[in-house]
Write a protein that binds this ligand. Structure first.
Ligand code: GDP
Ligand code: MG
Length: 166
């Protein structure tokens, strides 16, 4: 089994931290080798069950300048090329326009999306359900997985779920 997974999310939600944890733990490669003109390989996770290639999808954040349709199409095509998308959000932040923008992009592709709620170490467990509800209202995620990329909590479970679905 193997597949491509894109991680998207607002700046500072922990995309790099998650990538580093995954790679640092069960290794393989960290690479800047371009996969396509649109996507870059960031990390490869290998286990007995299979391999997950994580890629970077630049531009899945609200553009600061007007690049118009070209940019939008590039992002959508990049999201179409992968087998799965992880939408990473920060449990200690509120839902904002940056999330709204990403969800609009997600709605334009058929690729399955996981909602990965990061930084659960920063919030009280009671806060988690209302937080999740805000996102559930906007989009139908195939899976919702709370993690702490910093501490590594539940990251293995996330990997298992991804591998099962590939
Ligand atoms: P990126 O911009 O999405 O790549 O975010 P980074 O990986 O650079 O993380 C931004 C900040 O959040 C850094 O200071 C991280 O140490 C911190 N961070 C990332 N994941 C977690 C987490 O699970 N818990 C906590 N408490 N902090 C985190
Ligand atoms: Mg980063």
């Amino acid at each position: 089994k193997s597949g491509f997974v894109a991680i998207v999310g607002r700046p500072n939600v922990g995309k790099s931290t998650l990538m580093n944890y995954i790679v640092g733990q069960k290794v393989a490669i960290m690479s800047d080798k371009p996969q396509t003109t649109r996507n870059k390989i960031r990390a490869v996770y290998t286990s007995e069950e299979g391999q997950i290639i994580f890629i970077d999808t630049p531009g899945v954040h609200k553009p600061k300048s007007k690049l118009g349709n070209y940019m939008n199409r590039t992002v959508e095509n990049a999201l179409r090329e992968v087998d799965m998308i992880l939408f990473l959000v920060d449990a200690s932040e509120t839902f904002g326009p940056g999330d709204e923008y990403i969800i609009e992009k997600l709605k334009q592709v058929k690729t399955p999306v996981y909602l990965v709620i990061n930084k659960i170490d920063k919030v009280h467990p009671d806060e988690l359900l209302p937080f999740i509800d805000q996102y559930k209202e906007k989009y139908e995620f195939v899976e919702i997985v709370p993690v702490s990329a910093l501490l590594g909590n539940n990251v293995n479970r996330l990997m298992e779920q991804l591998l099962e679905r590939l």
